[in-house]
Design a protein around this ligand. Structure first.
Ligand code: GDP
Ligand code: IMO
Ligand code: MG
Length: 424
């Protein structure tokens, strides 16, 4: 058996939470492999909105195990809060959630360092979610990070103390003022780790997943952020601090490349981006505003307005190439309903087509567009297969499949788990 991967092909917020929740009944395991609580994955269940930040999006499906993999960075108070909120929804975590012993922890100082670095950048801010992601991964790769499993050992408290002291030293060097409630934050952090450890013993995630595959069980690796925010292949430095492409599922879970099966690439029918950085098809006009309002494009983690623009074929082809995507999922085609004209950027000026090498400095790219007539959708339950969709939407989907040379497997037409069409 092989593990499938689902990841975002744009700048995040493509609808990964919803898509994973839809696919989860076909899987035994859902495993997050990178990122941390900078992610906000939204699920709508019978009119209730749930936003997951660190917990995998299979948690609401019975008989589905969920793993927070070694590649994820965990902020214990946030994770505990997330678990407690879900328990209030009646969710029972016993035997359903595993946490890798090797997952690194986000310490209180990491969050302060994130703020200190961003404010030092002045006009050149990355637009980080300020969740401490960058500094936590920095410590991991500098080889003085702290892992979930380390906190279960006798040395846990001492290791935390030393790391915290070092963070305080760095923060002072940067001239950043410490918050007056820092001692409370530290205590809350320690209490949260202890509470998590008492309910969730640190696991060997890689062993669990490889055993599951040996037994013929099915695994879906859930990506966070999006391909264009990848630390290696995004528009550096306007990226996150982890690898968001499919290769990261191997290192972030301990699964070998030859055990990866399908790679689902998810994209919105238009583009959004939160934070700074290049966005070639961004709309600064009324159409962009209309998209933001129609799509309720406000960050699931920070509430910030998302920048909006047309679909970008060169960027999409680049992301597909980086991850070996073999199945596409399109979301939010319903949001374009009612638009008279819909555009797709088909290439950047000066480049042959959307399959040309993707430019490193995409901020200087001028896109050329192809125009499509819009469509009007009836409520999503009116459609039980793709052939029933408005002809103009079918033309748009067929064009994308043709240009990207890949099948669209799922079409999401609303936020609820029922609002989706599977294409055969
Ligand atoms: P994620 O980070 O990729 O999981 O995406 P977010 O949850 O941050 O943002 C996606 C938003 O779109 C959420 O509010 C979802 O509820 C919503 N959503 C997902 N798929 C669809 C869809 O097909 N149509 C509509 N209208 N909303 C959707
Ligand atoms: P999901 O999983 C959208 C963006 C931030 C910022 C940059 C760096 O919900 O799709 P960081 O906090 O990682 O230091 O921020 O990356 N970013 C996201 N944008 N969706 C996300 O996650 C994101 N996670 C980080 O806005 O531009
Ligand atoms: Mg999100």
């Amino acid at each position: 058996m092989k593990a499938d991967v689902l990841l975002g092909l744009q700048w995040g917020d493509e609808g990964k939470g919803k898509a994973v929740d839809v696919l989860a009944p076909s899987y035994n395991w859902i495993a997050r492999f990178q990122g941390g609580p900078n992610a906000g994955h939204t699920l709508w269940l019978d009119g209730n909105k749930i936003v997951l930040h660190t917990i995998p999006s299979g948690i609401f499906r019975e008989d589905c195990m969920n793993l927070i993999g070694n590649g994820v960075v965990i902020h214990p108070p946030s994770l505990l809060q997330e678990i407690k909120a879900l328990r209030q929804h009646g969710l029972n975590f016993v035997g359903k959630l595993m946490i890798s012993a090797k997952a690194h922890l986000i310490l209180p100082g990491h969050r302060l360092l994130d703020q200190a670095y961003e404010s030092a950048k002045g006009d050149h801010k990355i637009g980080s979610t300020l969740r401490g992601i960058g500094p936590a991964y920095t410590d991991k790769y500098a080889r003085h990070g702290l892992r979930y499993g380390d906190m279960a050992g006798a040395q846990g408290a001492a290791l935390f103390g030393a790391a915290h002291e070092e963070h305080l030293r760095q923060i002072k060097t940067l001239g950043f003022e410490l918050p007056t409630d820092l001692p409370n934050q530290v205590q809350e952090w320690i209490d949260a780790v202890n509470e998590l450890l008492s309910d969730f013993s640190p696991s060997d995630g890689s062993w669990l997943l490889n055993q599951a595959l040996d037994k013929g069980q099915k695994i879906l690796a859930e990506g966070a952020q999006g391909s264009l925010l990848d630390v290696e292949f995004g528009a550096y430095p306007f990226v996150t601090s982890s690898h968001t492409t499919s290769a990261s599922a191997c290192t972030g879970l301990g699964i070998a490349p030859n055990r990866i099966g399908n790679v689902y690439g998810l994209f919105k029918a238009y583009c959004t981006r939160v934070g700074s950085g290049p966005f070639p098809t961004e709309l600064h006009d009324q159409t962009g505003e209309t998209l933001r309002r129609a799509g309720q494009e406000f960050g699931a983690t920070t509430g910030r307005p998302r920048r909006c623009g047309w679909l970008d074929l060169p960027a999409l082809a680049y992301a597909i190439r980086l991850s070996g995507v073999n199945q596409l999922i399109i979301t939010k085609a319903d949001i374009l309903s009612g638009f008279e004209e819909i555009k797709i950027a088909t290439r950047y000026q000066g480049l042959d087509n959307h399959l040309s090498p993707y430019p490193d400095n995409s901020s200087e790219c001028i896109p050329e567009y192809k125009s499509f007539p819009g469509w009007n959708l009836a409520p999503s339950q009116s459609y039980s297969n793709r052939q029933q969709l408005p002809q103009n939407l079918q033309t748009y989907l067929n064009y994308l499949e043709d240009q990207l040379n890949l099948p669209i497997r799922w079409i999401s037409l609303g936020p609820e788990r029922t609002q989706v069409l599977e294409c055969h």
